[in-house]
Design a protein around this ligand. Structure first.
Ligand code: 6PG
Length: 474
């Protein structure tokens, strides 16, 4: 008997995906560069389903039914290229290589084009949900050809998370679309985490609350419109006591946030596409600032304001909840705009509502809120920004006084809230009838004759700044 699908690369993510497939009744070929991992998978979890262990790539390929479905789960970059080169020569036209790692979408586009030349399908697939999701139901974002999705989709949908019976998996679009969407997912993840962290910081330092009390606040928020996996785990982390010292766990962790690169990619690509994802950018920069230990040590005695406390803790909690919700709407609005811009740039025809649908479960940013986003894009697929959807417009309208109070209090107390404040600046920037960009245009024209457009006439103009200051056509 042959396997319906194979997984090569059996570190924890690959192993868990293979187990998930086997638990759903699919025979899975399994292979790892060093065969110890293959053996231990079968020894420990062989009872969960049908595994066909292979010692060599040749054996692995021979054990797969056709068209072959080969899932590779190895480190992004050179290791992925090496594994592709190992397996592609053994495959036949119509077979599929699925890259389920966190690859850069530009690499995925390159690999897809190269393998297409060789008659093979290459399916760059975003998988979110960490180890636990891979085992019990992740959110899956496959790119690649429509044809490959027909052969692969049913298997992937089967092992994905389900919300109201709907799988958290759909064909995102051709070539690199799946990895692009996964990248933006991670960018939104960074920004959501940063906003939650700022909410905690405000409650702690402007509210004078202890981590355990703040955990209770997050638990309560998690029963409302902020209900999400990230809020839920934040409460868990804040409630945790360090066993060694008996102090709050969060106080015992070095305050330098690390990153593996997907958030940075999101911002780099957003800069190229010209999409202002300021919330994601501030989240990446906040992690980066936190990591500059020597710089922070040099600056730690710089003067700040005298500490201020909020007048009422209850009112602060309510204000912060609203500020968090409004900022979160902005962060998602920016991320979805980046998906739309990428889709337009690369002709992917991505349905934003479908992305919100597959993010409702399984992934790190899963949240009740995504149902609202889905509804917004179902009502208007070409919505210019989530902020103008009726539901979100009303939510921000109700939240904005609180939002402004929170940003003001933070500035007055010297508490850094780059996420909250950039979100508010973005909102006010979009709303503005007139932006000082007009003055920037004047400055550019003054020093570099870069020209400007006028509000009252078509064309491009230049003022003779060094001469008689008359205007000429630019
Ligand atoms: C997921 C996660 C996963 C991982 C990221 C974040 O969707 O399951 O996003 O991909 O946790 O790589 O990693 P960093 O915070 O280390 O960049």
């Amino acid at each position: 008997d042959r396997a319906q699908i194979g997984v090569t690369g059996l570190a924890v993510m690959g192993r868990n995906l293979a187990r998930n497939l086997a638990r759903h009744g699919h025979a899975v070929a399994v292979h790892n560069r060093s065969s110890g991992r293959t053996r231990s998978l079968v020894e420990q979890f062989g009872h969960e389903g049908t595994f066909l262990p292979a010692e060599t790539p040749e054996q692995f390929v021979a054990s797969l039914e056709r068209p072959r479905r080969v899932v590779i789960m190895v480190k992004a970059g050179a290791p992925t290229d090496a594994v592709i080169e190992e397996f592609a020569p053994l495959l036949e036209p119509g077979d599929m290589i699925v890259d389920a790692g966190n690859a850069h979408f530009a690499d995925t586009r390159r690999r897809e084009a190269a393998l297409r030349e060789r008659g093979l399908h290459f399916v760059g697939t975003g998988v979110s949900g960490g180890e636990e999701g891979a085992l019990n139901g992740p959110s899956i974002m496959p790119g690649g050809s429509r044809e490959s999705y027909e052969a692969l989709g049913p298997l992937l949908e089967d092992i994905s998370a389900k919300v109201d019976g709907t799988p958290c998996c759909t064909h995102v679009g051709p070539d690199g679309a799946g990895h692009f969407v996964k990248m933006v997912h991670n960018g939104i993840e960074y920004s959501d985490m940063q906003l939650i962290a700022e909410a905690y910081d405000l409650l702690r330092h402007a509210g004078g609350m202890e981590p355990a009390q703040i955990a209770e606040v997050f638990r309560k928020w998690n029963t409302g419109r902020l209900e999400s996996y990230l809020i839920e785990i934040t409460a868990e982390v804040l409630a945790h006591t360090d066993p060694a010292t008996g102090r709050p766990f969060v106080d015992m962790v070095v305050d330098q946030a690390e990153q593996k690169g997907t958030g940075r990619w999101t911002v780099q690509i957003a800069l190229d596409l010209g999409v202002p994802v300021s919330g994601i950018a501030e989240a990446v920069f906040a992690r980066s600032l936190s990591g500059h230990a020597a710089l922070r040590a040099a600056a730690r005695d710089l003067p700040g304001p005298s500490p201020r406390r909020a007048d009422s803790v209850d009112a602060l909690v309510e204000d912060v909840e609203r500020a968090l919700y409004a900022s979160k709407i902005v962060a998602y609005a920016q991320g979805f705009n980046q998906i739309q811009a990428g889709s337009a740039e690369y002709d992917w025809n991505i349905d934003p509502g479908a992305m919100a649908t597959i993010w409702r479960g399984g992934c790190i940013i899963r949240a009740a809120f995504l149902d609202r986003i889905r509804a917004a894009y179902d009502a208007d697929r070409n919505l210019p920004t989530l902020l103008v959807d009726d539901h979100f417009r009303d939510a921000v309208a109700t939240a904005q006084d609180s939002w402004r109070r929170v940003v003001t209090l933070a500035a007055q107390s010297g508490i850094p809230v780059p996420g909250f404040s950039t979100a508010l600046a973005y909102y006010d920037g979009l709303r503005a009838r007139r932006l000082p960009a007009a003055l920037v245009q004047g400055q550019r024209d003054f020093f570099g004759a870069h020209t400007y457009r006028r509000v009252d006439r078509d064309g491009s103009f230049h003022t003779l700044w060094a001469g008689d200051r008359s205007e000429v056509n630019g």
